[in-house]
Design a protein around this ligand. Structure first.
Ligand code: ZN
Length: 286
């Protein structure tokens, strides 16, 4: 169907103080935003994810949805990003992708989706080729919005911690919002194999507190409980034993440090406002 405003030229006539001019048509902006979504690196299996089809069967999911909607409305004037925490299957990635598409559509933002493991591999691959790791990192560090999916899922190492710490740090100091998803646990035990401390290190963990709202998403995950036809016994066992069941999350929440909200705005800029992206680490490999 031809655009009634611009006859598909992409330019529509407007009247400015009695003078006829042309400006970019709404249809052109819309198409540009759809192209930006196509190049945002969203994987095919998440292509259907929108805010409108996010399932909100539990309180924590309704709360996460409200925070996501508010984030999109306020973007880019947001103090903090979001850290979506929960077990597999609760819809963290769905919500993150939906936020990403919404800020592209509504705000024309430059926004990208990366699985954390995929990003680490892309950087690592540059070490064995002629490409520079900055070619990989630049869009990650400079995007108006970055979604970093499954933070901490990979085998940790000094290099992994440094690389992720670098990405987190730069986005923090340049005040560019990030939406993370993770199924890590905030345990005080630095040796807990699934804790933020163990996987990412104490500095990155405290940065995440400063730069993000921690949004806990929990629901009974049908896969974990034993399928959609789980018996009450199976559900009870899950509630008791899973670190992601609502009651265990409450316990974990009780040990969280106080809110570090508002600090982003008050902090002086560390980097003198330059967009210098130099990466101090060496080529240590994984
Ligand atoms: Zn048009």
């Amino acid at each position: 169907m031809r655009c009634a405003l611009c006859d598909d030229t992409g330019w529509k006539p407007v009247d400015v103080d009695g003078v006829s001019r042309v400006v970019r048509c709404d249809c052109w902006r819309q198409q540009a935003n759809e192209r930006a979504i196509d190049t945002a690196r969203i994987q095919k299996r998440y292509a259907h994810c929108e805010l409108t089809n996010f399932e909100q069967h539990y309180d924590s999911l309704r709360d996460a949805f409200r925070k996501a909607t508010r984030f999109v409305e306020q973007f880019p004037v947001v103090d903090r990003g979001l850290l979506l925490i929960g077990s597999h299957g609760v819809g963290k990635t769905h919500l993150a992708v939906a936020i990403l598409k919404a800020v592209i559509r509504a705000k024309g933002a430059r926004a990208y989706f990366y699985e954390t493991g995929e990003l680490l591999k892309l950087v690592r691959d540059t070490y064995a080729s002629d490409t520079n790791e900055m070619d990989v990192l630049r869009p990650v560090l400079e995007a108006d919005l970055l979604v970093l999916d499954d933070l901490g899922v990979d085998k940790t190492s000094e290099w992994v911690q440094e690389m992720l710490g670098h990405v987190v740090n730069i986005r923090y100091s340049e005040r560019r919002p990030t939406v993370f998803t993770t199924n890590l646990i905030d345990s005080d035990d630095p040796l807990h194999p699934r804790s933020f401390l163990y996987r990412l290190g104490p500095r990155t963990r405290s940065r995440l507190f400063e730069m993000c709202d921690w949004v806990y998403m929990d629901a009974i995950d049908s896969r974990e409980v034993g399928g959609p036809d789980a018996t009450p016994d199976q559900i009870q066992r899950w509630q008791k034993n899973s670190p992601m069941s609502p009651r265990n999350i409450e316990k974990a929440r009780a040990v969280l440090p106080g809110k570090a909200g508002g600090q982003l705005r008050a902090r002086p800029r560390e980097r003198g406002g330059s967009a210098d992206l130099k990466w101090p680490g060496g080529r240590a490999g994984s």
